[in-house]
Design a binder for this molecule. Structure first.
Ligand code: IMP
Length: 444
């Protein structure tokens, strides 16, 4: 059995969790391969809403093993909070049983959070992600497999502390790390996760050899990729397909499907250019924010909103090669008189269909739109009943009213990617799958 990948195709928060939720029951392993607790996904469990940041979304499938992979930066204290919340809901303790931390993942320490708090430019989540990756690239970071070696060497501890304090000083942060606090923090990690820190690449590889199915869960999105996104307003990892297997410790030949997840419109949190951005004060931008509840899961910041940007989506496809597209939150557009799709940019008088390489140039791009008829707003129940009908009658997208289906067909045409599923509400049942596609439960 192969590995499948789920990736955000925009600036994050595309609703990847729902697609993962649908794919996880067929997978025996769900693996995060990059990022850390800058990501956030919301899981609805009975009457309770659970916000998770590092635990893979596949956690709700009780037979699914969970890996925090080699390419991640992991905050062990935030993980502890997530695990405690999970335990209080389910009485399950997955750590060491079905949840494993890669030995090769980097540790996010209090120093990284403090350093990140000095960011004034990017608008980071403040979780220490960039500083932890910076240490990794400088080859001075601490990976989970390094902890015991560091603890037993007081000279090393003291040198690390001196370096950290110099760096905090250089960005005007007054807090200091002491050798004692660093040592006790590292000791706490070893004590808290005794059977959990493993060579997860070997575990996943052996699962593949046993014919098991792997789900590789991307965090953030294509436009936040450090190499391919809107640099410097990006996250500090490769969020794309090329890193999915590498960050999990397996080779790319295992991959069968790579799903790109896109909202039917666009959102972005943090700073940086956003050509199809709309105002949040009235009009369709405010409609998207309010109807779509567009607030960040990790920071609670209001998300910026805008029309669907096909230039961004096609760029994301260029370096991810999606085998299928999942369009989420199409229902949110209900009630707008007209729906626009950005199909190109006016860049200093020239029409372009690619992302220029500097953020200043992207900021100068003016969106060129095509305009489509809107469709009425429907209740959650009406959308669910449409999705139910699509499944029970086996008619796929034919269950959608013409004007709704037209938007889906237009996205498919403009992107050149098969739209395999369309989300029409937060409920698990509120998805309409393409007939015969990978999300069509009838084709199992
Ligand atoms: P960092 O990843 O915390 O360094 O933040 C860098 C940029 O990526 C900021 O603009 C963040 O708002 C954005 N970002 C990071 N993670 C996410 C995410 O999961 N969803 C949306 N934006 C994110």
């Amino acid at each position: 059995m192969p590995a499948n990948i789920v990736l955000g195709a925009q600036w994050g928060d595309e609703g990847k969790g729902k697609a993962i939720d649908q794919l996880a029951p067929d997978s025996t392993w769900a693996v995060r391969f990059q990022g850390g607790n800058n990501a956030g996904h919301t899981i609805v469990f009975g009457d309770t809403t659970l916000k998770l940041h590092q635990i893979p979304s596949g956690v709700t499938s009780m037979d699914c093993n969970l890996v925090l992979g080699d390419g991640m930066v992991i905050d062990p204290w935030v993980l502890e909070e997530e695990l405690e919340r999970w335990f209080s809901l389910t009485e399950e303790r997955p750590e060491g049983n079905r949840l494993f931390i890669s030995e090769r993942a980097s540790v996010i320490l209090p120093f990284h959070r403090l350093y990140d708090s000095a960011d004034k430019i990017v608008g980071t989540t403040g979780r220490g992600i960039g500083p932890a990756y910076r240490d990794r690239i400088e080859r001075v970071g601490i990976r989970f497999c390094d902890i015991s070696g560091v603890i037993s060497d007081m000279d090393k501890i003291s040198n690390i502390t001196i370096r950290m304090n110099k760096q905090l000083d250089s960005v005007g942060v007054s807090e200091r790390i002491t050798p004692e606090s660093l040592k006790s923090d590292l000791q706490w990690i070893l004590d808290r996760y005794p059977n959990t820190i493993r060579h997860t690449g070997l575990m996943i590889d052996s699962a593949l050899q046993n014919g098991e199915q792997i789900l590789l869960e991307g965090a953030q999105g294509a436009m936040l990729d450090i190499d391919q996104g809107t640099y410097p307003f990006v996250t500090s990892s490769v969020t794309s397909r090329a890193n999915a297997t590498h960050g999990a410790g397996i080779h790319p030949g295992h991959v069968e499907q790579c799903f790109g997840i896109t909202k039917a419109y666009t959102t972005r949190v943090g700073n940086g250019p956003f050509p199809s951005e709309l105002s949040l004060n009235g009009g369709p931008g405010q409609h998207m924010a309010e109807v779509g509840h567009e607030y960040g899961t990790t920071t609670g910041r209001p998300r910026r909103t805008g029309w669907l940007d096909m230039v961004a989506l096609c760029d994301a496809h260029r370096f991810n090669g999606y085998t299928g597209l999942v369009v989420t939150k199409l229902d949110v557009l209900g009630g707008l008189d007209e729906i626009k799709i950005c199909v190109g940019y006016d860049f200093d008088g020239e029409v372009i269909k690619y992302f220029p390489s500097t953020s200043d140039e992207v900021a100068r791009c003016k969106p060129i739109y095509e305009t489509h008829d809107g469709f009425p707003s429907l209740s959650d129940e009406e959308w669910i009943s449409m999705a139910d009908r699509s499944r029970s009658e086996g008619i796929g997208y034919a269950a959608m009213p013409d004007k709704v289906r037209h938007i889906v067909e237009r996205i498919e045409f403009l992107s050149g990617i098969s739209v395999v599923s369309v989300g029409v509400g937060p409920d698990r049942k509120a998805s309409i799958a393409k007939i015969g596609g990978p999300f069509d439960v009838r084709s199992e």
